[in-house]
Write a protein that binds this ligand. Structure first.
Ligand SMILES: O=P(O)(O)OC[C@H]1O[C@H](O[C@H]2O[C@H](CO)[C@@H](O)[C@H](O)[C@H]2O)[C@H](O)[C@@H](O)[C@@H]1O
Ligand SMILES: O=c1ccn([C@@H]2O[C@H](COP(=O)(O)OP(=O)(O)O)[C@@H](O)[C@H]2O)c(=O)[nH]1
Length: 761
């Protein structure tokens, strides 16, 4: 039992839908082979009747999904067979979380234009929330098809249609590398390896493993091998090509023709270069079992992949995974998606250039051991770190995040902060917490035009002079705790706030310090920063080419800022920069690209202000030895969307709250502590008792006894927060739409607010 639910299609639908529309129309078109001639005499082969069958089959899939769907489920549709499915699903239930991933290339819009049903298919895919491709190029082609053919707007995140954004991104698939590596130890595989080694002793063995499909370039590969033998007579008895050609789509006439064509070429070459005892090409028209395949991957000297187009090509990954001891050479078509990830170690070839492939064969066969080792090492590292498991979890987590972000986009414009009320409630409270953002909250607003001539060294953010006095008064009030929570680096906060008696949380809360003490870290364990150097290269490149832009390397993030550059040019450059990031350094890492109004920031997914706040609160309560619960919270900042759930941290019942379940990449301990401490941070908004609230959260989280929760309860049974709903003021600064309860127009209004709080009676 594979936990699969079948969708039954009748034979005629299969013929028209699967053999017809999928494999005879979409497949060749997406691989740049073009469309077949429409056969007008046979109505069963017309585009229209095949497309009707395609839609019908997709609807049948949708019906089965609907039958089994439960609220909150994620529906991930795969491949060109199901391009109509997202639309069918969303029409029935617009709240369903739907992703779609294409395993083949998506061709240039000029090719997609040829398809008679081009509009309907694009629109249907756009009904999904997240659309994924193996490479950035395919994603780019899809976006340009939507802009050129549908006339929609392409944004750096995806495609927008009347306010609805479909996110488009690259998610390169990988393999279960462990499975292959472990299999090599099995006795069955070892036996196969022994037999193969004996069988081909004294000869170098080249391997081809492909479905017998025209996109795999099998004739081109064999012709290149023939040319190599022709030009290198000394190799004729010393090398053999093993070609596994797995039969596929045997009902489609084009595939039948290909089989005969390949047989003919193989026969001719074997006749030409074979002897009574040996032939240069061993061609198998069948599939192998997993163990045989692993053994072949492990013992062969060169793998030859000559796809004319290929979505990814997993064979190349599998070969690399099995070559840790032999360190064989991979010759790989530049038209396979895999060329973008294994290009560093493989010999890349244009399969149409038979001469080039033939000489690459010679180069691979003669390659010295140290070069083989270096090349293999590059690829092996990639294959074992970019696995199928990681691919799937990244896609699903991105899908969840996409949905939360879409909810955030529909945020309201909050009303202005009622300063008088905020001050009044402040006066009546006994233990207040003020959480203040820094940039654009406590600094002067940026006036791009006015600063055109300013000096680069003014870029470090500075506390507004008119805030110094009120801030000092607030910090010196024993009933008030002030926390400055910023994305800025530690030294920037040190420079601005060392003289005040307050708490500083730098780098989005990853570092914390009370100004009378030392910095400590609240960083989650295992925060990988391996990506920093490659992202830095991209940022350097764009900084050099965008006058008056700059980038800052922080300890847990990198930020490129173009707030002083020409706005239009800066935006264009930002787009380009994002494209560079997606295709390169961040294509498969657990990173977030956070776009500000004039900045692009890259940080690890676990780094957010809201993820850090409960750890910070725990530390403050512990450090101050608080005896009384906090009864007033003011949280103001010019926070990015990604950080905005800090506002809802204090009021869990808000609908736009980001549930812990949609942050799967946040390490478990952190997630648990968010849920846990929230349970302790009670609001007396309704009559629910502490015990009841704790219970309801216990269902969400694994446990309430996280380290942080335990630490921040004041004493057994009492909680850290004792907030009336009207003693909580979340307030965005200089942002129109926000999740906050209130807003202030600019930091000028922050000055007014803090002055009045400081002078309250
Ligand atoms: O179902 P078949 O007709 O036997 O075809 C087999 C699969 O072929 C295609 O595979 C693609 O997906 C691979 C993994 O993402 C990728 O590496 C490769 O480049 C693609 O060709 C097809 O997309 C699948 O749906 C078929 O099952
Ligand atoms: O006899 C065989 C030969 C190959 N494969 C598998 O078929 C897949 C081929 O995937 P690839 O991405 O290379 O191309 P596709 O056939 O999907 O276009 C790989 O996982 C191979 O391990 C297999 O199961 N049996």
């Amino acid at each position: 039992m594979q936990r699969c639910i079948p969708v039954f299609l009748d034979e005629e639908v299969v013929h028209q839908y699967y053999n017809g529309y999928c494999n005879n129309i979409l497949w060749p078109l997406f691989h740049y082979i073009g469309l077949p001639q429409e056969d007008r005499l046979a109505t069963t082969r017309s585009f229209q009747s095949q497309f009707d069958a395609y839609k019908k089959a997709n609807q049948l899939f949708a019906d089965v999904v609907n039958e089994h769907y439960e609220e909150g489920d994620v529906v991930w549709c795969h491949d060109y067979h199901l391009m109509f499915l997202p639309k069918c699903l969303k029409e029935r239930n617009s709240k369903m979380k739907v992703g779609w991933f294409l395993h083949t290339p998506f061709p240039s819009s000029e090719i997609h234009r040829m398809l008679p049903s081009r509009l309907e298919l694009l629109r249907s895919v756009l009904a999904a929330d997240l659309v994924g491709f193996h490479t950035y190029d395919y994603a780019r082609h899809f976006v340009s098809a939507c802009t050129r053919i549908l006339g929609l707007e392409g944004t750096p995140e995806g495609v927008e249609d009347q306010g609805k954004l479909t996110r488009i991104a690259a998610f390169p698939v990988g393999i279960d590398s462990e499975r292959f590596i472990k299999a090599l130890e099995l006795p069955e595989v070892q036996d196969h390896m022994k037999v193969l080694k004996q069988r081909f002793a004294g000869r170098k063995v080249m391997l081809g493993v492909d479905r017998l499909d025209m996109i795999k370039g099998i004739p081109q590969k064999i012709l290149a091998f023939e040319k190599f033998l022709e030009e290198n007579p000394n190799w004729r008895n010393k090398v053999v090509l093993l070609q596994i050609a797995v039969p596929t789509r045997t009902d489609v006439p084009e595939y039948q023709k290909l089989t005969s064509q390949v047989h003919e070429i193989v026969g001719r070459i074997n006749g030409r270069f074979g002897s009574l005892t040996a032939v240069p090409i061993h061609h198998l028209d069948r599939s192998l079992d997993f163990h045989e395949l692993c053994a072949l991957y492990a013992v062969t000297d060169v793998a030859l992949v000559t796809s004319l187009r290929d979505g990814m090509n997993l064979v190349s990954y599998e070969y690399v995974a099995c070559q840790e001891s032999k360190k064989g050479v991979l010759i790989l078509s530049e038209f396979a998606g895999a060329a973008q990830s294994l290009g560093a170690g493989a010999i890349l070839v244009n399969p149409w250039n038979v001469t080039e492939v033939a000489s690459s064969i010679g180069y691979a066969l003669n390659m010295p051991a140290d070069e083989r080792e270096k090349r293999h090492h590059h690829n092996f590292k990639h294959v074992i770190s970019h696995t199928a498991q990681e691919w799937a979890s990244t896609f699903v987590s991105e899908l969840n995040v996409t949905i939360v972000e879409a909810q955030l986009r529909t945020r309201q414009i909050p009303p202005p902060l009622p300063i008088e009320v905020a001050v009044d409630r402040y006066s009546c409270s006994n233990n207040r917490l003020l959480i203040l953002g820094f940039n654009a909250t406590l600094t002067e607003p940026v006036d791009t035009l006015g600063r055109k001539d300013s000096q680069i060294n003014e870029w470090q953010p500075k506390l507004r002079p008119d805030l110094r006095e009120p801030l000092r008064k607030l910090c010196d009030d024993p009933k008030t705790t002030v926390l400055v929570l910023s994305g800025s680096a530690r030294n920037v906060l040190d420079d601005n706030f060392s003289d005040y008696n307050l708490w500083l949380a730098a780098e989005n809360g990853m570092f914390l310090r009370v100004t009378t003490g030392d910095w400590m870290t609240t960083m989650p364990e295992n925060l990988s920063m391996e990506w920093v150097d490659s992202v830095k290269n991209v940022f350097e490149y764009f900084t050099d080419r965008t006058p008056r832009s700059q980038f800052e390397v922080r300890e847990t993030s990198l930020i490129w800022n173009y707030k002083y550059s020409d706005v239009e040019f800066g935006r264009l450059q930002a787009r380009d920069l994002l494209q560079h990031l997606w295709t390169g350094p961040i294509s498969n890492a657990s990173l977030d690209v956070v776009q500000g109004r004039r900045s692009v920031e890259v940080r690890s997914v676990a780094v957010t202000k809201s993820a850090a706040i409960d750890r910070i609160l725990g530390e403050i309560v512990h450090n101050k030895g608080m005896k009384e619960p906090i009864d007033y919270v003011l949280c103001i900042g010019h926070f990015l969307t990604k950080d905005e759930d800090i506002y809802t941290f204090f009021e869990p019942e808000l609908p736009s709250e980001v549930p812990a379940s949609v942050r799967p990449q946040v390490p478990t301990q952190v997630r648990t502590s968010i849920v846990g401490s929230r349970a302790a941070l009670l609001m007396k908004q309704n009559s629910t008792s502490a015990v009841e609230q704790n219970k309801s959260y216990a269902i969400d989280g694994d446990t309430l006894h996280s380290m942080v929760t335990d630490r921040i309860s004041l004493q057994e049974g009492s909680s850290v927060l004792d907030l009336q709903a009207n003693d909580y003021f979340s307030c965005s600064v200089a942002r129109k739409r926000s999740n906050s309860r209130y807003r202030l127009q600019s930091s000028d209004e922050v000055v007014t607010l803090l002055r009045e709080l400081a002078d309250h009676r």
